[in-house]
Write a protein that binds this ligand. Structure first.
Ligand SMILES: Cc1ncc(COP(=O)(O)O)c(C=O)c1O
Length: 392
């Protein structure tokens, strides 16, 4: 099955934002550039997901959708079997992906001018969505200890002024790939309670767990926090179907769920049926076997990438617990971020995500998406080694 992830392909000219924006966004030539920024994968989704789509296409009629029972049962099955999390299907509300879900949460539970807390470096869109909605981000730096990031509650307490309404918490963390322990999650819950914050736990990367690590859903670690908890999950990263725009808010608390349901209804909000059919097919034993094979593929690539990149003096690709996003620190090169970026984009012709976008702590980093074929990762390593050859 692992060959599925190494078949050569060309995504240029397919309306792929990852590839077709290489020149406009990064000034990296489309002709021979390597796209390693946004978090979507270059290999096709699981055969069981493709088969479900094929079946729908063969039927050829795409009328209104009737019933979410199979879809909800599939999500329930996945959470129980893959994450040890027993959920009630009534808790599930569906959105157009999790970017959309985050925006809905900000809209429903905060007002313009309110402050929203994040622990950084973190997925850059948290800040962008907070600002776009006219709210103010409070970015609390994680404490870095060598290769590990830790939650710094002292810094968090000091950063608050009492006008905060929400914490958007990434678990596992994008970009560092950090998985939070149950104990840490409980501390986050206590912090949120002390400051009366709604917790939006973004668990979109929860399926990418490398051997030796265990992911605990927020609701499992801190069930007492349910009265303030909204959990976001999606199969979009796991199965590489982000373009289908299907994600979920899982909200155990009746009062919180009623508030969100009311807003979704008032906007006549409904997801598209193809996304629901694909997710239903993904969250199955066949889908699970494909995910396991994908994780083995990614673990191999990460080790190839790290061996090559860490051989460049002053460059450190941090070990990952989760995600397929290599978080690489260039601070040891002594170069300015502009020079690092110039070498990577112009000399190596690679487009990773710029670390500063992820907020405090990302200043000397680039984030490389490794969810691709082996030949592309090997090519990226060779290009980076050449671009920084003068350091050898
Ligand atoms: C932590 C996190 N949340 C949300 C998203 C966006 O998810 P979606 O494509 O479902 O909108 C991403 C995408 O990279 C992400 O990394």
């Amino acid at each position: 099955m692992r060959d599925l992830f190494n078949q050569p392909n060309d995504r240029r000219g397919t309306n792929s934002s990852k590839w077709d924006m290489l020149e406009s966004k990064f000034d990296v030539p489309l002709e021979d550039g390597l796209s390693m920024w946004t978090a979507d994968s270059d290999y096709p989704t699981a055969p069981c997901v493709l088969a479900a789509l094929q079946k729908a296409v063969n039927h050829g009629v795409f009328g209104y959708w009737a019933d979410n029972t199979d879809y909800h049962n599939a999500i329930q099955w996945w959470m129980t079997n893959r994450h040890g999390w027993d959920i009630d299907t009534d808790w599930i509300l569906t959105t157009q992906g999790l970017g959309n879900a985050i925006a809905f949460c900000i809209d429903v539970w905060t007002d313009p001018g309110d402050r929203i807390v994040t622990f950084n470096p973190v997925y850059h869109e948290f800040e962008f969505k907070i600002r776009r909605a006219g709210r103010a981000p409070v970015q609390v730096s994680l404490a870095r200890d060598g290769d590990t990031y830790n939650l710094d509650f002292e810094a968090a307490e000091a950063a608050l002024d009492g006008t905060e309404k929400m914490l958007i918490f990434c678990s596992p963390q994008n970009p560092s790939g950090r998985i939070w322990s149950s104990d840490e999650l409980r501390q986050v819950a206590e912090f949120a309670k002390r400051h009366d914050l709604i917790i939006v736990a973004d668990e979109i990367h929860h399926d990418f767990i490398y051997p030796g690590f265990t992911f605990t859903p927020f609701d499992v670690a801190a069930p007492d926090a349910r009265d303030r908890l909204v959990v976001l999950t999606a199969s979009s990263k796991t199965f590489n179907i982000a373009g289908l725009k299907t994600g979920n808010m899982i909200i155990p608390d009746d009062r919180l769920r009623a508030a969100m349901t009311q807003r979704l209804r008032s906007l006549d909000y409904a997801p598209n049926r193809l996304g629901l059919e694909m997710v239903t097919a993904a969250y199955t034993p066949e889908g699970a076997a494909w995910v396991d094979a994908q994780i083995a593929h990614l673990a191999d690539l990460k080790s190839t990438f790290d061996d090559g990149v860490n051989a460049i003096p002053g460059v450190r690709s941090l070990p990952l617990h989760s995600t397929y996003l290599a978080w690489v620190d260039f601070s040891g090169t002594g170069m300015s971020f502009d020079e690092i970026s110039r070498r990577v984009r112009q000399d190596a012709r690679i487009a990773p995500s710029p670390g500063p976008e992820f907020g405090p702590g990302g200043e000397s980093f680039l984030r490389f998406n490794l969810a691709t074929q082996r030949y592309r990762v090997e090519d990226a390593v060779a290009r980076l080694q050449t671009a920084f050859a003068d350091l050898q």
